[in-house]
Ligand binder design. Structure first.
Ligand SMILES: [Zn+2]
Length: 214
């Protein structure tokens, strides 16, 4: 049985962006989700029973389970395993150009971009793949770029307890390019500085410089 079928009807934990807390929601069944896609096909003006569209609701629902896999991820669990034997390493750890794939919560259209992240260890480091997974855990949900930026920075701050965290996100929003104002090529930049990066503007400057953005 696949993940969606297993989850169907079960109460699952979802993320409430406003309260920044998890809330309990009853997940619809896969059949209910497919019926909703059929309704949207009819709304678009097509016939869901024609040959080319018969498997589309199933494909869309399957794609949704990928797009929104972040709801099944627990950031605390991802960052739980840290390494303390770093031979006194106390300088920055910087990860550049982590691919971001998300969907805006207003139009459910893709947000595609990069996340750059730095932290100053306080005796503990985490595997770099874990930092990339944190980006997906929050990215693969319905999001705003501002919330996403804060969530990534706060998770690293809360679970890794470093001396400082810096996160910069640059992304383009399809809701600005294929609809509405139709402005392709526009990217949005958001950042969040915590701890030492917030207290000392020179550190923020050094971070931006590392990303060639000073
Ligand atoms: Zn949007």
């Amino acid at each position: 049985m696949d993940a969606i079928a297993k989850e169907a009807g079960k109460v699952v934990t979802a993320f409430d962006e406003k309260s920044n807390k998890s809330s309990k929601l009853k997940r619809p069944t896969r059949a209910e989700a497919e019926a909703a896609v059929e309704t949207l096909i009819r709304w678009a003006g097509d016939d869901p029973s024609r040959e080319g569209l018969t498997d589309t609701p199933a494909r869309v629902v399957k794609a949704y389970s990928e797009f929104f896999a972040g709801y099944q991820e627990d950031p605390e669990e991802i960052l739980a395993r840290t390494f303390e034997e770093v031979e006194g390493y106390d300088d920055w750890v910087v990860l550049r150009d982590i691919r971001l794939e998300s969907h805006c919560e207003h139009h459910m259209l893709p947000i595609i971009g990069q996340v750059h992240l730095a932290y100053i260890p306080n005796g503990r480091v985490v595997g770099i793949s874990k930092l990339a997974r944190i980006v997906d855990a929050f990215g693969k949900r319905l999001q705003t770029q501002e919330t996403l930026t804060s969530q990534i920075a706060n998770a690293v701050d809360n679970y890794l307890k470093p001396l400082g965290v810096a996160v910069l996100v640059e992304a383009s929003h399809q809701c600005m390019t294929i609809r509405g104002v139709h402005k392709p090529g526009t990217s949005m930049i958001t950042s969040r500085m915590i701890g030492a990066f917030q207290d000392d503007p020179r550190l923020e400057e050094r971070f931006m410089h590392m990303l060639n953005r000073s």
